[in-house]
Design a protein around this ligand. Structure first.
Ligand code: PMP
Length: 418
């Protein structure tokens, strides 16, 4: 009986359409997933035994192998050892966690900051701690999986508003207010797949009108946007109207871990009640030491210069692809309504099977991209998610654009179909 039940669960997952495509691609050796790398995360990475241009990372500032970040990680490893073997609450807090929290609070200009083991846990540990029975969590439909997971983790009612549609959000909040339900709103600053931005200024206004608690996940915006490079709330001049912001160390900060910033009250209740904070081991010392070094670097003139280079690279790649006639997702729109470039450059391919084939052709040409297909993006809207780092050169990006052009050009498509 027990065995049968287990089989049903496994079968249900195996029968999943998206999973079947991945399995078929794996059998043909064409799957983009779980490719093992043999060298550090940099513009060119050894994958499957040969160097390939890395356009599938989130290493926006190119800090993953920066000497100062590696030195921060190495010193922490040498002083504090390989792991904490415990949660922050008990034996897992080292001086570096407190130093990093003070540094982040100072950077974001908030009363307090809290460091988590991963970015996913930052969202689980904030949303999942604050919202409870009788509350409503209103998430952008395209918000990161961790924000949706966080909502599911609570006893609150979880609903979604249409992606980046402030009127749809206002409607949901008005309905919650009518029922006397406290509301929390969760959005990404930069959306991870298509690279578009949340209009945080308008979202913050609507939240204030309806007394809803706003959380902006700045994962892809940290180190890239805003005068102090703290993210999209800052870019939109809405940092003081965003009571809670979360982020990760796994992108621009280039190690592993996550954080949340806010008032003393908010951060304190998360620190003392957050299950995703209390019931897991703290980040390894090397990750914390590396993150501290990376944050300090981002706050220096070099950080500004790297952010500028990263965005100049994104602009260059975008322009190169457009000039070759390659279909891109809509550009992001910034605070003044003008187009704005983000480090994420999504090339629309369409149907999933075609996208897998194109991904593999590009890989064979020496370019590693990330492939997003349903359910990460809408059905038949699969895309090659390209992301630049500050360390790419224009020559690298020109080479990549040409490879993408070759792979997507109609002649090749006809050959593939024939
Ligand atoms: N939020 C967003 C928007 C993300 O894209 C990610 C990671 N892809 C996370 C949170 C989770 O961060 P981490 O990888 O540190 O768990």
């Amino acid at each position: 009986m027990l065995r049968n039940q287990k089989n049903q669960m496994v079968r249900r997952l195996q029968d999943n359409w998206s999973m079947k495509i991945v399995r078929a691609m794996q059998l043909e050796g064409k799957s983009p997933y779980f490719r093992a790398m043999q060298s550090a995360n940099s513009p060119r990475v050894d994958i499957d035994g040969r160097p390939r241009m890395m356009l599938g990372s989130n290493n926006y500032l190119g800090l993953a192998d920066h000497p100062l970040v590696m030195e921060g990680a190495r010193k922490a490893l040498e002083r504090f050892g390989a792991g904490s073997t415990g949660s922050r609450l008990l034996n897992g807090t080292i001086d570096l966690h407190l130093e990093l929290e003070a540094e982040i609070a100072d950077w974001y200009g908030t009363e307090a900051a809290i460091v988590f083991t991963t970015g996913h846990q930052s969202n689980l540990g904030t949303v999942g701690t604050l919202a409870g029975r009788g509350d409503v969590i209103v998430a952008d439909a395209d918000a990161h999986a961790s924000l949706h997971d966080a909502a599911r983790f609570t006893d609150a009612q979880s609903i979604r508003f249409r992606h980046n549609d402030v009127d749809s959000l206002a409607e949901k909040l008005a309905a919650a207010a009518k029922r006397g339900r406290p509301a929390m709103v969760t959005v990404d600053g930069v959306y991870s797949m298509e690279g578009d931005l949340a209009p945080v200024d308008r979202i913050a206004e609507v939240c204030l009108e309806h007394n809803a608690l706003l959380l902006v996940d700045e994962a892809h915006a940290v180190g890239v946007f805003g005068r102090n490079l703290t993210g999209v709330s800052e870019l939109y001049g809405a940092a003081d109207r965003t009571p809670l912001r979360t982020g990760t160390f796994s992108k621009s900060i280039a190690t592993t871990g996550g954080f949340a910033v806010g008032s003393h009250d908010l951060i304190d209740v998360i620190r003392t009640n957050g299950r995703a904070f209390l019931f897991t081991a703290s980040g390894v010392p090397a990750a914390v030491g590396g993150a501290l070094a990376a944050v300090r670097l981002i706050r220096s003139a070099e950080g500004q210069e790297r952010a500028e280079r990263c965005l100049a690279n994104a602009r260059f790649l975008r322009d190169s692809l457009v000039s070759l006639g390659i279909p891109l997702a809509e550009p992001a729109i910034g605070p003044d309504g003008a187009e704005i470039v983000t480090p994420i450059v999504p090339v629309i391919v369409g149907e999933s099977l075609r996208a897998f084939a194109k991904w593999h052709e590009l890989y064979e040409r020496g370019v590693f991209a990330a492939l997003a297909h349903y359910p990460a993006v809408p059905l038949d809207h699969a895309l090659l998610r390209l992301a630049v780092t500050a360390e790419h050169t224009f020559a690298d990006l020109e080479e990549a654009a040409e490879a993408i052009h070759k792979v997507l050009e109609p002649d090749n498509e006809r050959q593939l179909v024939a």
